[in-house]
Design a protein around this ligand. Structure first.
Ligand SMILES: Cc1cc2nc3c(=O)[nH]c(=O)nc-3n(C[C@H](O)[C@H](O)[C@H](O)COP(=O)(O)OP(=O)(O)OC[C@H]3O[C@@H](n4cnc5c(N)ncnc54)[C@H](O)[C@@H]3O)c2cc1C
Ligand code: SF4
Length: 562
C-alpha cells in the first residue's frame, strides 16, 4: 500500500478529512486536480485598488469567451478570477432550456478560498423534515449525532456569532460577534416586536474576531475587517483549507499532497468489496497512474464526486461504483435564490458606519416552524441581509446636473437594506447528474446536469418575496422592490445530495457514517451525502460530517476492520 488513506479533493471537506486522519496517525495522501497554491504568496489581498486590474472589472470579451458561467458569481472579479475555473476549459452539459450554474474552482483549497464564510448549524427541523413530510429518505442521523462535531469544527475554524437560543438555528462555540448597523438594529427591533417568533441576528461567519491560542499556533491572526476576503486572506483571519486544515495536517508529518492529479475513476475489487486503486490523470502531462490505500475518501464536491463514481463502472457496478441503488447522481439540490426584497429608509441620515464588516445579518427560518397558518408548501426559507448607505455611484438614478448634483453626491445617500432569501429545495429523483457522451480534454466524460425547480420551490419563492417586502414596509422602508427572477439552480453554490446517505442500501448510497453501503473502504463526505438541503448555508454541516466520518474511519482502521 502506498498510503493508509487517500483523500480526493483539498477543498472544505477534503481538508477536514485530511486533518482528522493525519491527527489520528494515518499516512494520508491528498489528490487535488487543480494547481498548487501558496497561502499568502498567491493572494492579492494586499493590492491597493489602483493595482487591481481594471479596478476589479473583467473585460466583457474575456468573460464571454472563458467565464460565461463563473462570471455570474458575485465574487468573480479581476482579483479573484484565478479562483474560478475557465468554463472554456471545463465544460459540462445541460438540457436545452434548463440551465444549471455550476460555480467551482480547481486549485489547492478549492472553494474554501472564495466561500462567503457564513456558518450555521442545521437543526432537528432539518434532520426530521424528510421523515415528517415524506420528501426524500429519512436522514439516518439527527442533530445529537452531529452536535459534538459542530462544536469541534467551530472551535477549530473560529466562528464569530451571537447566541440566540433558537431551536431552528442552534447556537455554537462562538467567538465575539460583529455588530449590527443602526438601521439593522432598528429593523431588528421592529420585526421582533411585530413577530415575536422572528429573529434578526448578526451573520455567523468563520472569521477570527478574537483568535484562540490554537489559531495563533497555526499562524492565523485577527480579522482586520478589510472585506477583500475572496482574494484570499494573508492574515489567515477567515477559515480556508490553506489557513486551517492543511497546515494542521502538515504539522503531523503524515500528509502528502499531490496537485494537478485528476482522479478519473476508482478501481473495485469485488472479492474484497473494496476500492483497490485510485486512477489519476496528470493534468499537465496527460499521463495516467494509480495509487493505493486502505481507505479512500471522496471529497471532490457534490457534482465532482458523483462524476467520479458514475465513471467508475465495473462488471459488478455497471451503473457506477457503489450505485446499486441507482441514487448516485440523483436528488441534486441547491438553495432557491433570486428571492427577497430591497428598500431604502428615509431616516438615520445623521448616522454612518466606520470601517468594514465582512458579514451581514441573518433572519432564520420561521415558516413551518413557528408560523404555519395558511402555508401551502413544505419546508421554508431564511434571509441573509445587508445594509449600506449608497455612494456617489447612485448618480445614475439621481435627478439634477452640474455643481448642485456633484455637491449632493459628496454626502452618502439613503440607507438601503436588502433581504436575500435562501429557500429549501426538495430532493427529487429526476434532478440528476449523469455522464455525457462527450469527454473533456483528458478523455473523462462530462457531467450532464439536469435540474429544475418544482412547485414547492415556486411557492417558497413567492412567499419569501411577499414576506420580505412586508417586513421592509413595516420597518419604514420605501421604494421597495422584490428580488427576482428566481435564479437557475446552482446559483447559490450550495449543491448537495447526489450520493445521499440513508438507512436502506436499496435507496441510498452511504450509511450513517458516510461509508458506502456496498464498498467498505469508501467514504464520501462532501455535500453529495446530504439527504435534504435545509435553509442554512451548508458548509459547516459538510465539515461536521467530514470530521465525524474521518474519525469513524480511523477507528475502523485502528481495529483492522478496514
Ligand atoms: C462565492 C462563494 C460563496 C460561498 N459562500 C458560502 C457560505 O457563505 N457558506 C457556506 O456554507 N458555503 C458557501 N459556499 C459554498 C462552499 O464553498 C462549498 O459548499 C464548499 O466549498 C464545498 O466543499 P467541498 O469540499 O465539497 O468542495 P470544494 O471546496 O469545491 O473542493 C472540492 C475540491 O475537489 C477538487 N476536485 C474536484 N474533482 C476532482 C477530481 N476528479 N480529482 C481530484 N480533485 C478533484 C477540486 O479541485 C476542489 O479543490 C460558497 C461558494 C462560493 C463559490
Ligand atoms: S476582512 Fe478579515 S478575513 Fe477578510 S480579508 Fe480582511 S482580514 Fe482577511
Amino acid at each position: 500500500m502506498d498510503f493508509d488513506a487517500i483523500v480526493i479533493g483539498s477543498g472544505i471537506t477534503g481538508g477536514w478529512v485530511a486533518k482528522e486522519l493525519c491527527e489520528r496517525g494515518l499516512k494520508t495522501l491528498i489528490l487535488e486536480r487543480g494547481r498548487q497554491i501558496n497561502h499568502r504568496a498567491d493572494y492579492m489581498d494586499f493590492a491597493p485598488p489602483w493595482e487591481v486590474p481594471n479596478r476589479g472589472m473583467v473585460p466583457e470579451d474575456e468573460k464571454a469567451e472563458h467565464y460565461a458561467i463563473q462570471s455570474n458569481n458575485y465574487a468573480f472579479n479581476s482579483a479573484t478570477k484565478q479562483w474560478f475555473v475557465r468554463d472554456s476549459e471545463h465544460p459540462y452539459s445541460t438540457p436545452s432550456g434548463r440551465p444549471y450554474t455550476w460555480i467551482r474552482g480547481y486549485h489547492l483549497g478549492g472553494r474554501s478560498i472564495t466561500w462567503g464564510r457564513l456558518s450555521y448549524r442545521m437543526s432537528d427541523y432539518d434532520f426530521n423534515a424528510n421523515k415528517l413530510d415524506g420528501h426524500g429518505v429519512d436522514w439516518p442521523i439527527r442533530y445529537a449525532d452531529l452536535s459534538p462535531w459542530y462544536d469541534r469544527v467551530e472551535r477549530f475554524i473560529g466562528v464569530s456569532g451571537a447566541a440566540e437560543g433558537l431551536e431552528q438555528l442552534p447556537d455554537g462555540q462562538f467567538l465575539p460577534p460583529m455588530g449590527l448597523t443602526c438601521v439593522e438594529t432598528a429593523f431588528k427591533q421592529k420585526i421582533e416586536a411585530d413577530h415575536p417568533s422572528r429573529r434578526v441576528t448578526v451573520g455567523r461567519c468563520a472569521h477570527l474576531t478574537e483568535p484562540l491560542p490554537e489559531h495563533i499556533a497555526l499562524g492565523r491572526g485577527p480579522c482586520q475587517l478589510r472585506n477583500v476576503c475572496e482574494r484570499g486572506c494573508g492574515y489567515g483571519a477567515y477559515f480556508s483549507s490553506l489557513s486551517g486544515t492543511l497546515p494542521a495536517a502538515k504539522k503531523t508529518g503524515n500528509l502528502t499532497v499531490i496537485t494537478d492529479a485528476i482522479v478519473e475513476r476508482l478501481d473495485y475489487d469485488h472479492a474484497k468489496r473494496r476500492v483497490s486503486g485510485v486512477r489519476v490523470i496528470d493534468a499537465k502531462t496527460n499521463q495516467g497512474r494509480s495509487y493505493q490505500a486502505r481507505v479512500v475518501f471522496l471529497c471532490a464536491s457534490t457534482i465532482g464526486s458523483a462524476q467520479v463514481l458514475l465513471n467508475s463502472r465495473s462488471e459488478h457496478f455497471p451503473n457506477g461504483l457503489a450505485n446499486r441503488s441507482d441514487a448516485v447522481g440523483r436528488y441534486l439540490m441547491d438553495h432557491v435564490v433570486g428571492i427577497g426584497a430591497v428598500g431604502t429608509h428615509p431616516g438615520f441620515l445623521d448616522r454612518y458606519y466606520y470601517g468594514r464588516r465582512p458579514t451581514g445579518f441573518y433572519l432564520p427560518r420561521y415558516i413551518n416552524i413557528t408560523e404555519n397558518e395558511g402555508v401551502d408548501f413544505v419546508r421554508g426559507f431564511g434571509f441573509q441581509g445587508h445594509s449600506s448607505r449608497s455612494s456617489w455611484r447612485r448618480a445614475i438614478n439621481e435627478p439634477g446636473v452640474g455643481a448642485e448634483l456633484k455637491n449632493r453626491l459628496r454626502e452618502p445617500g439613503r440607507w438601503e437594506v436588502r433581504l436575500v432569501g435562501f429557500g429549501e429545495m426538495l430532493p427529487r429523483a429526476e434532478n440528476r447528474v449523469t455522464l455525457d457522451k462527450r469527454a473533456d480534454q483528458w478523455g473523462i466524460p462530462l457531467p450532464h446536469i439536469d435540474v429544475t425547480h418544482g412547485e414547492n420551490e415556486r411557492r417558497i419563492a413567492e412567499r419569501a418575496n411577499r414576506d420580505a417586502a412586508q417586513m421592509l414596509a413595516a420597518a419604514g422602508f420605501e421604494n421597495i422592490t422584490t428580488n427576482g427572477p428566481v435564479r437557475p439552480p446552482g446559483h447559490s453554490v450550495h449543491e448537495m445530495g447526489t450520493v445521499r446517505m440513508g438507512r436502506d442500501p436499496a435507496s441510498s448510497v452511504l450509511n450513517r457514517h458516510n461509508q458506502a453501503h456496498d464498498v467498505s473502504n469508501l467514504f464520501v463526505t462532501d455535500g453529495s451525502s446530504m439527504c435534504s438541503s435545509g435553509t442554512v448555508n451548508p458548509s459547516l454541516t459538510f465539515m461536521a460530517l467530514s470530521a465525524r466520518a474521518a474519525n469513524y474511519a480511523a477507528d475502523l482502521f485502528g481495529s483492522g476492520e478496514i
